[in-house]
Design a protein around this ligand. Structure first.
Ligand code: AOF
Ligand code: ZN
Length: 368
């Protein structure tokens, strides 16, 4: 039914509002619609609140009050059936007299996993499943990845020149893509639970990796630096601001403990994993971040980390910005020895979106 697709797209848009703020929970959107003239009337809207509770359905039901009776619930994820900090959403949906549920995607969380649908149907609430499935897959990608694979959904961001370069050797960082692209990247940061960089990027650029968009300045995700030998200077912007923005350093088991003490004193969380090829083991790192509750990880550099993640097949999505100007043959390649074609002409990735932002072109690729 066309109306179902339309209302589900409203639920998806509401769900997107919470991206980056609900971890370790998914960001869900819900709309309650009462039959009436045309496609009906919205009586409640909700989305998962910061920190993951209340859930989207609870918000929509609270807004609808008595008007929820006889309405249709449109929700981007199977309503929960487990007792958490509050009773299950399915119970609240049934108790409110919702007449029908339209659900975009199943919840693989072992506490739910089909039980939400079963409870609704048992209570006589018919369920239509799969409407808006593609949008929901994107919206729920972080949650599903964490539950099913035990690691976050990994998005690799690359900003390159027209000749595929990411910077100039031995110089201060150069802005490759433009001002508007910067705003786009900050928005993507805000929709992530954590940003990850390699120590090479930290030492070269001393980035602060926060989200500084007007109105989104409180949306900075936590920051993760991969730093096998604990080279992160305690005076770096990352370490110096660790008490304000959560900062984690992933180091190797044999990294010096005196360095760890200095960083911990500044509020940095230092975690240790095994080494693999001299660097921290990436698979173990992602599992550790998953265990910490990270569902959406945004990787921002540099070439060594990007290439290592691609080689290990740990990248789920690529956001690739390309500026109109070249940087020349002496500049640093965006993926070390890997060609950009490892993304743009690979069977592993499919292009899903292309947009022009100022002078730059941004393309998005997801796992094919
Ligand atoms: C929903 N609506 O808005 C969200 C859901 O820790 P708890 O008790 O909040 O439960 C977290 C689980 O609930 C999470 O793993 C996922 O299965 C579901 N999240 N469910 O019905 C929501 N955020
Ligand atoms: Zn719930």
């Amino acid at each position: 039914m066309r109306a179902d697709a339309r209302w589900m797209s409203v639920a998806v848009a509401l769900g997107r509002r919470g991206l980056g703020r609900t971890a370790p929970n998914p960001s869900v959107g819900a709309v309650l619609v009462r039959p009436g003239t045309g496609d009906g009337t919205v009586v409640g809207r909700g989305w998962t609140q910061p920190g993951g509770r209340p859930h989207a359905e609870a918000m929509a039901l609270a807004q609808a009050g008595d008007r929820a009776r006889g309405s249709t619930l449109y929700v981007t994820l199977e309503p929960c059936s487990h007792h958490g900090r509050t009773p299950p959403c399915v119970e609240a949906v049934i108790a409110a007299g919702v007449a029908r549920a339209v659900v975009a995607a199943a919840d693989p969380d072992p506490r739910v996993n089909g039980r939400g649908f079963a409870m609704l149907r048992q209570a006589g609430v018919p369920v239509t499943f799969g409407v808006g499935g593609d949008d929901a897959r994107e919206l729920n990608a972080g949650h599903v990845s964490r539950v099913v694979r035990g690691r976050p959904h990994v998005t690799l961001k690359l900003a390159v020149s027209s000749d595929g370069k990411a910077g100039l050797a031995g110089r201060r960082p150069v802005a490759i893509t433009g001002e508007l692209s910067r705003a786009y990247v900050h928005m993507l940061r805000a929709q992530s639970d954590a940003i990850m960089v390699g120590i090479g990027t930290v030492l070269a650029d001393d980035p602060d990796l926060t989200c500084r968009l007007p109105g989104l300045a409180d949306r900075s995700p936590s920051r993760v630096a991969l730093d096998s030998d604990l080279k992160l200077p305690p005076a770096s912007k990352l370490a110096a601001s660790a008490s304000a923005v959560p900062t984690t350093v992933i180091s190797a088991a044999d990294a010096p403990t005196d360095r760890e003490r200095q960083l911990v004193a500044r509020g940095v969380m230092v975690l240790r994993v095994a080494r693999a090829n001299g660097h921290v083991d990436l698979t173990e790192t992602l599992a550790l971040l998953g265990a910490q509750g990270v569902t959406r990880l945004f990787v921002e550099g540099g070439p060594t980390l990007a290439a290592a993640l691609l080689r290990a097949d740990l990248v789920d999505e690529v956001v690739l910005g390309q500026a109109p100007a070249p940087l020349g043959p002496d500049a640093i390649a965006a993926l070390d020895a890997l060609p950009l074609a490892a993304i743009t002409a690979s069977e592993r990735f499919a292009p899903v979106d292309e947009r022009t932002i100022g002078p730059d072109v941004w393309r998005r690729f997801t796992r094919a």
